[in-house]
Design a protein around this ligand. Structure first.
Ligand code: CA
Length: 250
């Protein structure tokens, strides 16, 4: 009993520890108090620092002030649509969307907006913790590959994995975490064809119904960001999947 009370009674502790660099911070954005507190308890038990927000305004303040490592985001918030927060924070901070909307179309829209994962209510807190750890460990892999700057197509496309930056024709590309994973996966072996199934495994870590359309939609978004000059960067191989259409430099 004492342990449980201890976990519930330290809302500010994680915040402090988050700044020593060793602890990862998760921002839980959820207007239902019970869900918020259950998630806090489960996440803290796994050694994560937890910040909570009961509405969109609080969430945006936390994102600006603390820069969490991951956001658990309820789309149905009292003041603003959670999707607005997703649009604001998706390019840099991984987001797992929590929602009661279970329709397939909504799942695809959520992924298209840049969420890293999608959990439909009602969910088990244990499942949420596992998904959080999966997303955080994918981010960790990127950080481990230091000084890994690679260029393709005679410097047209440059991927800096340690800094998490991509430039095309000297212009920085603002990619969502999923778009980033897609491009890095294709660039891991230029010219090799990756199936949609393989790509979604690399991007999301697992497959789900409708994943083919989600992959297609990420490809479409990356192509749009690359612009007309970048048309050849991601090639469609009809009936098979996609490949990087540029050769590696050096
Ligand atoms: Ca809600």
């Amino acid at each position: 009993m004492a342990v449980t009370i201890g976990l519930l009674d330290r809302p500010e502790q994680g915040r402090v520890e988050a700044h020593n660099g060793a602890m990862r911070t998760v921002l839980v954005v959820e207007d239902e108090r019970d869900i918020r507190e259950v998630l806090r308890r489960y996440l803290e038990r796994e050694g994560l620092a937890v910040l909570t927000a009961a509405n969109g305004a609080e969430a945006l303040r936390h994102i600006e002030q603390t820069r969490p490592d991951l956001i658990l985001l309820d789309l149905g918030l009292p003041d603003i649509d959670g999707a607005e927060i997703l649009a604001t924070s998706a390019p840099r901070i991984p987001v797992i969307v929590l929602t009661a909307r279970s329709a397939l179309e909504d799942r695809i829209d959520g992924l298209r907006m840049g969420a890293d994962d999608y959990i439909v209510k009602p969910f088990s807190p244990t499942e949420v913790v596992l998904r959080v750890q999966a997303v955080l460990s994918r981010g960790g892999q990127h950080r481990e590959s230091e000084d890994d700057v690679r260029s393709f197509g005679k410097g047209m496309l440059v991927i800096d994995e340690a800094r998490h930056e991509v430039t095309f024709a000297c212009e920085p590309l603002r990619l969502t975490p999923h778009e980033w994973s897609l491009l890095v996966s294709l660039a891991s072996t230029p010219g090799r064809v990756f199936s949609r199934h393989e790509l979604v495994e690399r991007i999301a870590g697992y497959t789900f119904e409708g994943y083919e359309r989600a992959v297609d939609s990420h490809v479409k978004n990356v192509r749009h960001k690359l612009g007309p000059e970048g048309r050849q960067v991601i090639e469609t191989v009809v009936g098979f999947g996609y490949r990087l259409g540029l050769t590696a430099d050096g």
